[in-house]
Design a protein around this ligand. Sequence first.
Ligand code: NAD
Ligand code: AHE
Ligand code: ZN
Length: 376
Amino acid sequence: TQGKVITCKAAVAWEAGKPVSIEEITVDPPQAGEVRIKVLYNALCHTDLFTLSGDDPEGDFPVILGHEGGGVVESVGEGVTDVKVGDHVVPLYTAECRECKFCKSGKTNLCSAVRATQGKGVMPDGTKRFKCKGKELLHFMGCSTFSQYTVVSKYSVVAITDKAPLDKACLLGCGLTTGYGAATKTANVQEGDNTAIFGLGAVGLAVVQGCKVRKAKQIIAIDTNDRKEEWARSMGATDFINPTKLPEGKTIVDVLVEKTDGGCDHTFDCTGNVNVMRQALEACHKGWGVSTIIGVAAAGKEIQTRPFQLVTGRKWQGSAFGGVKGRTELPGLVDDYLAGKLTVDDYVTHRTSLDEISKGFDYMHGGDCIRCVVDM
Ligand code: NAD
Ligand code: AHE
Ligand code: ZN
C-alpha cells in the first residue's frame, strides 16, 4: 500500500450535534514529513464528545474525530526518520518538534510547529488526506484516530515498545498522561501536600495516581457521582466528597478549608465546569495554594474570582497533556506502566467496535464508564 491511496472505514462526524456515521473513506499517502498509521485501537475521551457537540470553538465539520489512539506505522513520507514502517505508535495531539520557541524554552510542552494548521483541521501544508463520497474531510487535533488509517505530522507521533498492549497504551495518548502529568509535572505535587481533585473521570483518576505517587498526605476526591468513590479510593484517594450532599449551609470550599487546616496545597479541575474551577481555586491555601485547570470549557465560558484571592497568594494555572513532551517523555510513561508503577488496564471499563462506536459514546454518558476502547 506504500504510496497508494487506501480505502478503509472511519466514523465521520458530518455535522455538530449529530451522531458519527460509519463510512468508507479514502486516505491519501503521507507527504514529506508525514506518517500514515494503521489505527488498531482508540479510546473515547470527553473532548471528542465536546467537539462533536459543537461546543468547541475550533470544531469544524465534516471531520474525523479521535485523539487517544494506538496503531502501527503503514508508510512514511520523505524526511521521516524517527519512526519506521511496522513501529507501534501513539499519535500526539500536542506535537513536539524540538525546534520552535516553545520546544526550546524549557518552560512548556506546547509546540507551535503544527498547532495553527491542526486547529484548522488540515495538515501542515494546509491540505487534507481524507475523502468521503468525493468530499474532503477535516483532520482533528492532528490525530483523527476514528479512522482505520490516519495521516499525521512526524512531530505528532511517537514510537513505543511493542511489549505494551496497544489497546491499553492508547490511553496514554490522552487521559492518563494528562492527569498523571498534571500532578507530577505541571503542579509538581510534593510529599505531605494536601490535594483535592474535582471530577473523577479517567483524567481525575490519573491525577489521583500522580498525587499518590508523590506521597501527598490528603488526596480528596470530589465528584457528583457517588459511584466514583470506589474508583477514587482504588487509585489512592484518602477521602471522597459528593458536593451535592454537603452539611446544611456549607459550601465545598468551606468543607475543604476546614478539612485541610486552611486550604489545599494543590487543587485540580477535571470537570470543565467554570464554577467548579472557581471552587477549586478558592479551596486553595492562602499564601501558597495552586489550582490547576485541566477541564475543557465550552466556547464562551469564562472563569471568575475576586482578584483578592490571588493577591493573597493563591495561583491559578492550566495544564495541557499533563505538561508532557510526547516524543521525549511518553515512552518513559509506557515503561512506568509496564513496571506496574502506573495503573492503566483498570481504566478500560468498556469495549466496542468501530461499527458500534456510537455505543461507546452512550457508555460515556452513562456515568459508569471510565474509558471505552474501540477495536478499529
Ligand atoms: P469525564 O466526563 O469522564 O469525567 C468528568 C467527571 O467529572 C465525571 O466523573 C463527572 O461525574 C464529574 N463531574 C461533573 N460535574 C461535576 C461537578 N460539578 N463537581 C464534581 N464533579 C463533577 O471526563 P474525562 O475524560 O475524565 O475528562 C475530564 C475533562 O478534562 C473534560 O473536560 C475533558 O475535555 C478534559 N480534558 C482535558 C485535557 C487537557 O489536556 N487539558 C485532556 C483530556 C481531557
Ligand atoms: N479546541 C479546544 C481546545 C480545548 C483544550 O484545552 N484542549 C486540550 C486537550 S483536550 C484533550 O482531551 C489541550 O491540551 N489544548 C492545548 C492545545 O494546544 O489546544 C478549544 O476549546 O478551543
Ligand atoms: Zn482527550
